[in-house]
Design a protein around this ligand. Structure first.
Ligand code: GLN
Length: 301
């Protein structure tokens, strides 16, 4: 398969979708990103990386970070599943409604409530963002990966919903650390800037059933399988059914416009285009992954 040529073709095919949707504006710094951006990178399990468009341009990873914090906390043997479920929510990513019915236990680790719990769990071992950055820098090979301070400050100033989620869970005893500290780490983890190439390289352990780029093992087979399964069922929030239908891969989106998808045994793919649909998923990003699995036949189905 000539992946470089394939990516060129996908970029042409989805060009009419680029700029559609709306750039996230509830975090003001994200609203300043040009909606016409599009980049896509494929990292293969043997280490080869291919890209098209803005594939080396850093953008705000936002909720794609949730995959990596979950992997890191599981790699430390934490029993995070006692504190967070693994069912799709069918509600928006920042929803509060189910928490009251489920005793402060979030439905899954990829909605905001669940990710706050995962960050809180990882913070048992020190600052969660320090751990995350160390991992992402090593896997991507790019030592310059960092939190974008402007995005972090902007999100921190508009975090009332996430603050409410965290305090609500704290009222059920489902926060280990003080809410301000967990919220600060969560906001900074979302504000990390990475390119499509960085994200795809960093996620290869999920395509290799838990094995990192240096050959060491981050996760056992079972934990890696479970993260991919939860990505499939919960990674794109209340559009996870549609994403499975169109793309047929474990995936994780972020409101910065990035979408990560895993082809187990083969590759990790990351697409970036900032225009979002009503559920907060990149319009051109999902369209590009739809084309990718259609043209390659590389869906898990
Ligand atoms: N930082 C964003 C938030 O907490 C992440 C949301 C997302 O990417 N879906 O709202």
């Amino acid at each position: 398969m000539d992946l470089a040529a394939l990516l060129d073709r996908i970029a042409d095919d989805v060009a009419p979708e680029v700029g559609r949707g709306a750039v996230a504006d509830y975090i003001p710094a994200l609203a300043r990103v040009a909606p016409g951006r599009f980049g896509m990178a494929v990292a293969e399990v043997d280490g080869a990386v291919h890209g098209v468009g803005d594939w080396e341009h850093p953008f705000s990873v936002q909720s794609m970070s949730k995959v990596f914090t979950l992997a890191l906390t599981l790699s430390r043997g934490d029993d995070v599943w006692a504190r967070v479920g693994r069912e799709p929510s069918g509600d928006p990513f920042n929803s509060l409604v189910q928490l009251e019915h489920e005793d402060g236990i979030p439905r899954n680790p990829f909605i905001n409530a669940g990710a706050l719990v995962v960050t809180d769990e990882l913070a048992r071992h020190g600052d969660a963002v320090d751990a995350l950055l160390a991992f992402l820098r090593q896997e991507s090979g790019r030592a310059g990966i960092a939190v974008d301070p402007e995005v972090a400050a902007s999100e921190a100033g508009h975090a009332d919903r996430n603050r409410a989620l965290a305090y609500f869970m704290a009222s059920y005893g489902n926060m280990r650390h003080p809410v301000p500290s967990v919220l600060d780490q969560y906001v900074r983890q979302c504000s990390i800037a990475m390119s499509c190439a960085d994200v795809a390289r960093s996620a290869l352990f999920l395509a290799r059933h838990g094995v990192r780029n240096d050959g060491s093992r981050l996760l056992g087979l079972s934990a890696a399988k479970r993260i991919n399964a939860v990505m499939l069922t919960c990674g794109t929030y209340d559009a996870a059914g549609e994403f499975a239908y169109r793309v047929g891969l474990p995936g994780k989106s972020g409101v910065g416009g990035g979408v990560l998808a895993i082809v187990p045994g083969r590759c990790a793919v990351c697409v970036w285009s900032p225009g979002l649909d009503a559920r907060g998923n990149s319009v051109a990003g999902v369209a590009a992954l739809d084309r990718f699995t259609t043209l390659t036949g590389w869906s898990i189905f």
